[in-house]
Write a protein of this length. Structure first.
Length: 302
């Protein structure tokens, strides 16, 4: 199969609706150029955390403590589908989700460690304990409810995501974007403080994953490059909406300097989250790009 074959020509050549396998085959070997996403956010702040090296060491130690097998730790770091056998077992994964939610709810309620140990001893779940207790002790009830609601939706959408993969269903781009708002843990992140789908495309195709924005846009746009361009347009529109919302919100509270300063702090934290995620995704070995700059665009082969 020619690597330049589009999904539209694939459909006409076989007379059938594109399948998951067919879509994946049409992606592999394709050359695409990722636009300069950094230039879209050049008016956003960017910085390296002063404790970045210490944080990296802490994360590595946590992974070593969780997994006796270095291979399992490596799979988790690269987001490998091979990490868990539950990916193909809906019964065991449903039980895992239920146990996880019970533990999260108890952690956020301020339960002590002894109470939590009766719910779960699975280190993948109990690792949330210190996080839940810290949030419980340092936030108000409204913030805790927002955080918990976001996590519940996240867990629910991971179930939907797994079911669509097991059943072999391809989502429409609009259905994917609706689900992605929750599987990306956007709400929990915002409760306590998406360039990703473009930069992750190389890694995902190599692993046979097509449940992300660009592959799901291909049947609609006709080619992988057109899908990348469409995803970039979505990002530009999102940035414009965010900037407009910032202007409106700050304008509404212009006569309240203290509140406006607090709002600016929160808004800037959202901007830092965007630039940090983008720059980390470029440099991280997870997405196989190995860059710090997108100047001139980034050419990749899927």
């Amino acid at each position: 199969m020619s690597v330049s074959m589009t999904v539209s020509s694939l459909e006409s050549s076989v007379g059938l609706k594109v399948t998951r396998d067919g879509l994946l085959a049409s992606l592999k070997g394709t050359n695409v150029v990722l636009p300069n996403l950094q230039s879209m956010m050049k008016h956003y702040p960017t910085a390296v955390h002063p404790e970045a090296e210490t944080l990296h060491e802490d994360v590595q130690k946590s992974l070593d403590d969780l997994f006796s097998s270095r291979e399992n730790a490596r799979r988790l770091q690269i987001d490998s589908q091979e990490f868990s056998s539950m990916i193909h077992n809906i019964s065991s994964s449903s039980k895992f989700r239920q146990e996880t939610l019970r533990y999260i709810e108890a952690s956020l309620s301020g339960g002590d460690h002894a109470d939590l140990s009766h719910i779960s001893t699975n280190p993948l779940i109990t690792g949330f304990g210190p996080i839940g207790m810290a949030i419980s002790n340092n936030t108000n009830e409204r913030q805790q409810k927002a955080f918990l609601q976001g996590l519940r939706k996240y867990v629910k959408m991971t179930m939907e995501e797994q079911m669509s993969q097991i059943e072999g269903r391809l989502l429409s781009p609009s259905d994917y974007l609706r689900r992605r708002m929750y599987t990306g843990a956007v709400l929990p992140t915002l409760a306590i403080h998406e360039t990703n789908d473009i930069l992750s495309i190389k890694k995902e195709v190599e692993q046979g994953q097509i449940d992300s924005l660009i592959p799901l846009l291909v049947p609609e746009t006709g080619s992988v490059q057109s899908a990348v361009d469409r995803a970039s347009d979505i990002l530009r529109a999102s940035i414009r909406r965010f900037d407009l919302a910032e202007k409106i919100i700050l304008g509404q509270y212009s006569k309240n300097p203290k509140l406006q300063a607090d709002l600016r702090l929160y808004i800037d934290s959202c901007k830092y989250a965007c630039t940090a995620n983008l720059n980390w995704s470029l440099a991280s070995s997870r997405y196989k790009l190995g860059r710090t700059s997108m100047e001139g665009g980034v050419s990749i082969t899927l």
